[in-house]
Design a protein around this ligand. Structure first.
Ligand code: SR1
Ligand code: MG
Length: 403
């Protein structure tokens, strides 16, 4: 890692980002660097610097003091840059193959310099185009098993675990999730975003007391259960892929939370893509085949996750309770049930909340999009309300197939 460079916060531009790389000696030919601001997310600036002659490149990601998606009227902590780089560095301890390498971090400038993954594509884009990734399920299942287990009380000394809980205390970003995922979509609140054609379906959600109670209970778990270090925003836009490689990025929402949360967000976003394919792939045989692939990703991810988690529990569990018969089963069952409820909240909020998904919103047939969104809302609502009665991953998948 390069030497420290202290200066107070200022927003980088295409010139200052090259000066920064030069001071840090991260590239070699500073006269011939191409710079592009490529950030297409909701919150940050992302610069790609490429040396034209050698093709050598790096990414400089800088947090802005507000949420880019809304503008300066929504101030947002710069500390999220520290959270993101710390989480990438932590993940690299047990799964370096699944995160970009961090070359430099600066908390004052709220930036992280990291490996350029331009050989990869954002998973969401690939899925919308109907591309299959043969190793995706195995990679995500393994990553989640390792990151949950190795940051939990089952593996860490309680002092070390509590120190990590402090390091990853992330109140402002958690508040975004508390509001946008667990609260706002269930009430008539300004941040929600849906066309008038969905108003009747949305009003039904807002008047569903059981649904609101279950969502409140899931929010309470999110608020209080410091079980393991989470990515915190593991939708398909936070995953970079090639045919053989899977990298998790954008972990600024990382914090200690309930173990079922990340896998739920991954599954919910795969389910949304599955639903959208009736419009993206017109050939029915190809569509069915691709949708079966998506369902197999869910099944294989869950099976890989549970197998890897059980293995770690058996071979590396240090907490005495890991030796108790039946306790591992209890933990995995509760991860499963929580996962279903969290996935339900995610599909609802991606349909009517502030932050949507391209999978659904890019559907050109407007009436078709509305009818599909109604079915997706029903799916989310069923998952939130029936989480306890869904017994295994095949039953969970049956719900996705029915949309
Ligand atoms: C203002 S942030 C909106 C959403 O974008 C992030 O990726 C998170 O999913 C957040 O909820
Ligand atoms: Mg993000």
């Amino acid at each position: 890692m390069a030497t420290t460079l202290k200066q107070s916060y200022e927003r980088l531009n295409e010139q200052t980002v090259v000066e920064l790389a030069q001071k840090l000696e991260l590239l070699s030919d500073y006269q011939n660097i191409k710079v592009n601001e490529i950030g297409d997310g909701n919150l940050n600036l992302v610069f790609r610097l490429i040396e034209e002659d050698t093709g050598k490149s790096i990414i400089v990601k800088q947090a802005l003091p507000y949420a880019k998606v809304v503008g300066e009227s929504w101030p947002l902590t710069l500390d999220r840059a520290r959270i993101e780089s710390s989480s990438l560095i932590k993940s690299a301890e047990f799964a370096p193959e699944h995160v970009p390498e961090v070359f430099y971090t600066d908390q004052d400038l709220a930036l992280t310099v990291m490996e350029d993954l331009s050989s990869h594509v954002i998973l969401r884009k690939g899925l919308i185009e109907g591309v299959k990734y043969p190793h995706l399920a195995q990679h995500i299942g393994t990553f989640i098993a390792k990151s949950l287990f190795y940051t939990s009380d089952f593996y860490l000394h309680p002092f070390e675990k509590k120190e990590l809980v402090q390091t990853f205390t992330n109140p402002e970003l958690c508040k975004i999730t508390e509001d946008l995922v667990f609260t706002d979509p269930f009430y008539d609140i300004d941040t929600n975003d849906f066309p008038s054609e969905l108003k009747e379906a949305v009003s039904e959600l807002w008047s569903d007391t059981l649904l609101k109670q279950r969502a409140a209970s899931l929010k309470y778990k999110f608020l209080t259960r410091a079980e393991a270090l989470l990515h915190g925003d593991l939708h398909t836009g936070s995953i970079f892929v090639t045919e053989t490689s899977t990298k998790l990025i954008d972990s600024e929402f990382a914090y200690y939370g309930p173990q079922g949360f990340d896998i739920a967000h991954f599954f919910a976003n795969i389910a949304l893509n599955h639903a959208s394919q009736s419009f993206h792939i017109s050939d029915s045989l190809r569509r069915e085949e691709y949708q079966s692939y998506l369902l197999s990703v869910i099944k294989d991810t869950w099976e890989t996750f549970t197998a890897r988690y059980r293995e770690l529990w058996k071979t590396e569990g240090v907490e005495s309770a890991t030796k108790l018969p039946g306790f591992e089963e209890e933990i995995l069952n509760s991860i499963f049930t929580d996962m279903i409820g969290f996935a339900g909240c995610e599909v609802i909020r991606r349909t009517i909340g502030l932050a949507h998904v391209e999978d659904l919103d890019s559907i050109e047939d407007f009436n078709g999009q509305i009818e599909l969104k109604k079915r997706v809302l029903k799916l989310g609502s069923d998952w939130v309300k029936n989480a306890e009665s869904i017994k295994n991953i095949d039953e969970f998948i049956t719900y996705i197939r029915s949309v």
